[in-house]
Design a binder for this molecule. Structure first.
Ligand SMILES: [Zn+2]
Length: 121
């Protein structure tokens, strides 16, 4: 299942990235993620679940799409079944590595044309 939040993109565009309003929105979203995690626990599937929290881009001032680290760097948090706790990914990774990581978690062989690599191995 994927849950995609349309924010904080709008706040970033309208008010600005890296602003107090931006972080207020992130705090609000953190609460929603907490509700999702609680629902997973209540459904009794916590021990069979892997949670990935990431974003498709960062931002700078009121935009994104450039080549600054503020725009290109995104979080990647993964936890759950089969994921070593406390591990820090020190190698660089790309967005397409997420699909490869999910395929790896599911025990699937990724298609030959994919160039991604699993980040949990
Ligand atoms: Zn945007």
């Amino acid at each position: 299942m994927a849950v995609i939040f349309d924010e904080p993109d709008h706040v970033g565009h309208e008010i600005g990235h890296d602003t107090p309003a931006y972080y207020t929105k992130l705090h609000e979203l953190d609460g929603y993620i907490g509700q999702i995690l609680q629902a997973v626990k209540e459904a009794g599937i916590w021990d069979d679940t892997v949670i990935i929290i990431t974003a498709d881009h960062g931002g700078i001032e009121n935009g994104h799409g450039g080549k600054t680290m503020m725009e290109m760097e995104t979080p990647f948090i993964i936890a759950g079944k089969g994921i070593q706790k406390g591990q820090v990914i020190t190698n660089s990774m790309m967005q397409f590595d997420i699909a490869s990581t999910i395929a790896d978690l599911l025990g699937l062989q990724q298609p030959q044309v994919w160039i991604g690599r699993s980040v949990i191995r």
